[in-house]
Design a protein around this ligand. Structure first.
Ligand SMILES: Nc1ncnc2c1ncn2[C@@H]1O[C@H](COP(=O)(O)OP(=O)(O)OP(=O)(O)O)[C@@H](O)[C@H]1O
Ligand SMILES: [Mg+2]
Length: 224
């Protein structure tokens, strides 16, 4: 099954008088269960592409089919629902809420969906992402970068999303923690069949994905 398909996606931004064409008629088809790395130099448009694939930003041109549905980017209510129920996000700077504990941060997307996750579910997720259970009442300020990113990954998974989008999830971590986290993602991908799309500059991360795509000059290409 194809989980997400992009056809002729273009996106440009104005920079002063200049227009930068970041994505130029990008086509992409991702099957359920894939784990894909997206690489490319800084500024090549990886985040721009992930924001479009994650229904966070509208392309100028082209269409997107997610879970068999053609996405109407003007329907904000539908977009929010699809994001909350079907997509998990992991960002470079974790984006956790400082005033909430580990377990409260993880539970947040479920609370937004109107469901209070049970203890077993929270503990199982913490186990899956490699976070020791005794950290669940800690606040983010009392965790290491690697632990913070594990909390963010567990939060991304709480609503059992079909797709996890991670934008440079290991950019602030050392090599050992980066490999550790991508191995956790790989294990989750293998066990649950959830699809992962990971933008990264790290060869170690890309090597552990099943497929690597490169963004360059507004175009997306397969590994050669
Ligand atoms: N909202 C915006 N407004 C104006 N320009 C933008 C916007 N978002 C991105 N850009 C520009 O689009 C280009 C691509 O940016 P993008 O963040 O997608 O690159 P990237 O590949 O993710 O880079 P990095 O590896 O540094 O994260 C850059 O030139 C950037 O300045
Ligand atoms: Mg980026």
């Amino acid at each position: 099954m194809t989980i997400i398909e992009a056809n002729g996606i273009s996106k440009s931004f104005k920079s002063g008088q200049k227009i930068i064409n970041v994505l130029e008629k990008v086509d992409l088809s991702i099957k359920q269960g894939e784990m894909i790395a997206i690489m490319g130099v800084s500024g090549s448009g990886k985040s721009t592409l992930l924001h479009i694939l994650g229904l966070l930003n509208e392309p100028d041109e082209g269409n997107l089919i997610f879970l068999g549905k053609n996405i109407d980017f003007s329907n904000e209510k539908m977009l929010a629902k699809l994001r909350n129920q079907h997509i998990g996000f992991v960002f470079q700077f974790y984006s956790l809420i400082g005033e909430l504990t580990v377990e409260e941060n993880i539970a947040l997307p479920a609370m937004i969906a109107g469901v209070k996750p049970d203890k077993e579910k929270l503990e199982h997720l913490m186990y899956l992402v490699g976070l020791s259970i005794d950290k669940k009442h800690r606040f983010p300020s009392m965790l290491s970068g690697g632990e913070l990113q594990r909390v963010a990954l567990a939060r991304a998974l709480i609503n059992n999303p079909d797709l996890v989008i991670a934008d440079e999830p290991t950019a602030n971590l050392d090599k050992a923690s980066s490999i550790d986290i991508v191995n956790n993602m790989k294990q989750i991908n293998f066990q649950t069949g959830q699809t992962f799309i990971i933008a990264t500059h790290s060869k170690e991360v890309a090597q552990r994905c099943k497929r690597t795509l490169y963004l360059s000059g507004g175009k997306l290409g397969e590994e050669t």
